[in-house]
Design a binder for this molecule. Structure first.
Ligand SMILES: Cc1cc2nc3c(=O)[nH]c(=O)nc-3n(C[C@H](O)[C@H](O)[C@H](O)COP(=O)(O)O)c2cc1C
Length: 222
């Protein structure tokens, strides 16, 4: 039996976006929209879909948590030996996507990914709750097959014995942050009659990694 959603439709009427009044830097708009999502109590507004594609040319997408907006882009943390880590090693181009239904907004970021400094990763790892730190050690290699849940739980318990609460869990070498340097970012605001507003910023020239990058904007058809 198929499931039919063709009668389901919403009219989006919560906001608008104008090319003339957007700020020169997309980082300003990204932070403004993020603050508005927090104010509107969007659950985990920093959860983003990350799409990668390795040498096999098969795209994969999954949620990761954005942990920082830097001067260049956005940072998330993961296992470097996971499926996504392998994709990124083969092809640094990626996209991330935020969708906040409460605000009828979507943000789409295209850019290139690189590992962040190991000291910064370690500093964040050491800030995480003890059990999450242990969990990171258990999930190695992340996305590898495991026979059953019991195997995971036994590994978790064994590590809890090695590193009791209040002891320092070492930062795994296979775990850390990635920064996506933003090359292009699209802000999408839903409008009535499918006449949505889409403004895209593109980084000018070859200025990746420069804080003082300038940006061009354009409006896209919805
Ligand atoms: C709400 C949510 C937040 C998540 N945050 C992260 C994260 O920050 N880092 C991470 O590695 N996986 C995170 N995951 C799990 C990933 O979606 C994914 O299952 C895992 O990273 C393995 O992906 P891979 O096989 O593509 O490497 C999160 C999942 C959800 C649903």
């Amino acid at each position: 039996m198929s499931m039919d959603f063709t009668d389901q439709r919403l009219s989006y009427e919560k906001g608008s976006l104008d090319q003339q009044s957007v700020p020169a830097s997309p980082f300003e708009l990204l932070k403004t929209w993020m603050n508005e999502a927090i104010e509107q109590q969007v659950q985990e507004p920093y959860a983003m879909s990350l799409a990668t594609c390795g040498a096999d040319n098969k795209p994969s997408v999954r949620i990761v948590l954005m942990r920082e907006i830097t001067e260049n882009g956005v940072v998330f943390y993961t296992n470097y030996e996971s499926a996504k880590g392998q994709d990124i090693a083969e092809n640094p181009n990626a996209e991330v996507l935020f969708f906040w239904h409460e605000l009828e907004r979507q943000i789409r970021i295209g850019g290139s990914i690189a590992k962040i400094d190991a000291n910064k990763s370690a500093a964040y790892f050491q800030k995480r709750p003890h059990d999450s730190q242990v969990g990171a050690w258990v999930s190695q290699p992340q996305s590898g097959e495991v026979a059953n849940r019991e195997v995971m739980e036994q590994a978790f318990e064994a590590l809890q014995n090695d590193y009791p609460e209040n002891s320092q869990v070492p930062t795994p070498e296979f775990w850390g942050g990635y920064e996506i340097t933003i090359h292009e970012i699209e802000f999408w605001q839903g409008r009535a009659s499918r006449m949505h507003d889409r403004i895209v910023y593109t980084r000018d020239g070859n200025e990746a990694n420069k804080k003082d990058a300038s940006w061009s904007t354009k409006r896209l058809l919805p």
